[in-house]
Design a protein around this ligand. Structure first.
Ligand code: 0X9
Ligand code: ZN
Length: 424
């Protein structure tokens, strides 16, 4: 799969150029990665002591990308012949032996220094956990006939995972026979834009509750919006006032590293591909499927709602709309379901302009929300990778991404009552 010879040559060159080992190179003993390292700025000082690297590695196809995920790379950007992302120093050192060609590498501090488009102080428009909670409480209080708020469960650190319910007949956790849709955000801590888009959807539906199309949804559907499914991770990311680039939850692992990747922790071919058993890796799948209270809470909720027909999990970034399978590169077995997935994907991307594709065309990764919800419950489940070129795209991106994605969500709500009409 990989060109082992070129990888060996690259590393031989790297070592001989410095006259020392690659490890010395990496530590900057003889050829510093950052020749004249600037001091950490306010925006990056939270990354002091973070041993991850931002690397670019040759990868020609989804199989290469999956193998890189397996090797512990947190793939963040994908191009035709290579990918870029974050990896622990220790795992980076093993890539050459696995046949990968690392084209460039720099410390996370160096990368962040140049790529942060905004400082936390300038991102006040984003909602932290308390602001998210307050907004959801206010929406439920202002619209008691249409909305109610309940907790899906508690996180490791004891935060409630709030879920706003929009339904003119039933409130709280009371069952409903109406067709249901579930929207979720922030499985990954640093993907704050996904919380904002979920909140924008909730606000839009309630602010426009008198409009005929929306009234119809509120009167006939059972709509759930859980904007922040990983509040511990989202809070940890911003807790120091500077972004930590934190993806996972706040579990303290046995080796003292922090976090399990919630989007690898669901029970769908758990940890078989595109995930890592190494706790320090950003794609750590956890000790077993559904080991985390956050994924357990979603499991409990989804399993207790046989009326759920559609699901949207917002992530960032890449401007993609993804549908199962994520964990294998064959299409969903049911031709009828495949037609529905493809039609829904076309319908939503007509509004966002994002690229619709099977998840595994990005890379094969098992244990994600959508594969599990579709495999276990037959729910038409999607991942939206919102737009942007960084996890921290600044406040102006909130409206830009929300406008399009709210329209796509309205399309999804419009087909939730009878998804199979799209296959007829
Ligand atoms: O890797 C993920 O969990 C998602 N991307 S992200 O950059 N937000 O982390 C993608 C999930 C979809 N699954 C696959 N592409 N296999
Ligand atoms: Zn994500």
């Amino acid at each position: 799969m990989k060109n082992h010879l070129s990888a060996a040559l690259f590393f031989a060159f790297a070592a001989s150029a410095s006259g020392g080992s690659f490890d010395q190179l990496r530590r900057g003993l003889e050829l510093p990665l950052v020749p004249d390292p600037a001091p950490l700025s306010r925006a990056t000082e939270a990354l002091a002591g973070d041993t991850r690297y931002w690397i670019t590695v040759g990868a020609d196809d989804k199989y290469d990308r999956t193998a890189l995920l397996n090797a512990g790379l947190d793939i963040i950007e994908t191009q035709k012949a290579y990918v870029s992302g974050l990896i622990e120093a220790e795992l980076m050192d093993q890539l050459a032996a696995k046949g990968f060609i690392v084209k460039s590498r720099r410390t996370i501090q160096d990368y962040a220094r140049q790529h942060l488009k905004d400082f936390p102080a300038g991102d006040a428009a984003y909602h932290n956990y308390k602001e998210t909670t307050d907004l959801l409480l206010a929406l439920a209080a202002e619209h008691p006939a249409e909305a109610s708020l309940f907790s899906l469960g508690k996180t490791i650190e004891g935060r409630d995972i709030w879920c706003l319910r929009l339904n003119t007949a039933e409130k709280g956790e009371a069952p409903s026979a109406r067709p249901a849709a579930l929207f979720m955000g922030n499985h990954h801590g640093r993907e704050h834009l996904s919380n904002e888009v979920s909140l924008a959807l909730a606000r839009h539906l309630l602010a426009n509750k008198a409009a005929p199309e929306i009234r119809q949804f509120l009167d006939t559907l059972d709509i759930y919006i859980a904007p922040m499914t990983n509040p511990d991770g989202a809070e940890y990311d911003i807790a120091s006032g500077k972004y930590r680039w934190h993806r996972k939850n706040a579990r303290v692992n046995a080796d003292k590293t922090i976090g399990v990747d919630l989007n690898r922790n669901y029970d769908s071919l758990w940890c078989q591909a595109g995930a890592s058993h190494y706790p320090a890796a950003d794609t750590y799948c956890g000790p077993y499927a559904f080991s985390e209270p956050e994924t357990q809470a979603i499991k409990r909720f989804v399993e207790s709602r046989p009326n759920l027909k559609t699901l949207m999990s917002y992530h960032s970034y890449s401007s993609l709309l993804l549908y199962p399978w994520a964990g294998k590169d064959t299409p969903v077995e049911s031709e009828r379901d495949r037609k529905v997935f493809e039609a829904m994907a076309r319908g939503m991307t007509a509004f966002t302009g994002y690229t619709p594709q099977q998840s595994s065309d990005l890379y094969v990764a098992t244990g994600d929300t959508t594969d599990w919800a579709y495999a276990a419950r037959g729910i038409f489940s999607f991942t939206t990778e919102l737009e942007g070129t960084t996890f921290y795209p600044g406040a102006a991106m909130i409206d830009k991404a929300s406008v399009k994605n709210v329209k796509a969500a309205l399309y999804l709500l419009g087909v939730t009552a009878d998804p199979y009409k799209l296959a007829r």
